[in-house]
Design a protein around this ligand. Structure first.
Ligand SMILES: C[S@@+](CC[C@H](N)C(=O)[O-])C[C@H]1O[C@@H](n2cnc3c(N)ncnc32)[C@H](O)[C@@H]1O
Length: 271
């Protein structure tokens, strides 16, 4: 299987996903003609949302940054027809992006990826270096401590129990214990304190209620980073199959069509 088949693209095209990200981009109040960095741009869903806000004035520019070449290719395809704005893509780690961007920008948008960053203090320093004074830093994540409404904890438990049982029974496999970084999650208050410790002024700090459909979870179970976080150390094809099968069974048993999920939604200004 090619890496494209384990990409984020299918998940990123869901209506529920568009809604939570649009909520963040609306709250960031991006202006026509701005230069905006789309950090961890993935398949370009957010690049497109940013373009809608900034296009139409002469200097309008979006710079998509991601460490994955596959993601950058998909993002470039998605916005290939964009007019009235310059679009650039840069392959870089978020933690080192200022070296490639080489100018101070109006806004940095980081959707659904900050939970991957191990050294979040260093990230904020890099965001500070990338932004103009007063520039906007906007991010959201559904992987923070508090993302799961309490009534949904049992859904995930049931899903994971099934997956572990299938792995053992059908493949005699067990995931590794080591948790990947995306699973060591901060609370909303820890994110607030971190921003304040680096002098950022918090404009919006909100828990946005989203919901993820059954097909959304199936598509996420076919995304390499999610699979590695859920079942570390298991070969990707096996892990993905087991996650999808167990998910389908869990949804059917619970007779639900969506699971509610909270998106931490934050907008701050650089000092
Ligand atoms: C879940 S996707 C989110 C994509 C997009 N921002 C969105 O909201 O639809 C996370 C992306 O983060 C990228 N990524 C993970 N760690 C990164 C890092 N340290 N620096 C840059 N990109 C990173 C992955 O390659 C992936 O494309």
């Amino acid at each position: 299987m090619s890496s494209e088949e384990y990409s984020f693209k299918a998940f990123s095209e869901h209506a529920f996903y568009h809604k939570v990200n649009e909520a963040l981009v609306d709250r960031a109040h991006l202006k026509r003609g701005w230069t905006v960095v789309d950090v961890a741009c993935g398949s370009g869903a957010i690049t497109e949302l940013i373009l809608e806000k900034i296009r139409g004035a002469r200097e309008a520019m979006v710079i998509g940054v991601d460490l994955s070449a596959t993601a950058l290719r998909e993002a470039a395809e998605k916005v290939a027809g964009a007019r009235d704005a310059v679009v650039e893509f840069v392959q870089s780690r978020a933690e080192e992006m200022s070296a490639s961007i080489k100018r101070a920008v109006d806004a940095v948008v980081f959707c659904n990826g900050i939970h991957y960053i191990e050294d979040k203090k260093a990230l904020l320093e890099e965001v500070h270096r990338t932004l103009k004074p007063g520039g906007v830093f906007a991010f959201n994540t559904a992987f923070f401590e508090g993302a799961l409404p309490p009534e949904t904890l049992k859904y995930y438990r049931r899903w994971m129990m099934k997956a572990l049982r299938k792995l053992k029974k059908q493949y005699n496999l067990r995931p590794e214990h080591s948790k990947v970084e995306s699973r060591k999650q901060l609370t909303a208050d820890e994110y607030r304190a971190l921003l304040q410790s680096k002098g950022f002024e918090i404009k919006i700090h909100e828990i946005y209620p989203g919901e993820v459909t059954k097909q959304g979870w199936i598509d996420l179970s076919r995304f390499s980073d999610f699979i590695a976080g859920a079942l570390p150390g298991i070969p990707i094809e096996t892990a993905s199959e087991v996650l999808v099968e167990s998910l389908r069974e869990t949804f059917d048993e619970l007779e639900l069509t969506v699971w509610p999920r909270n998106w931490l939604t934050v907008v701050a200004a650089r000092p």
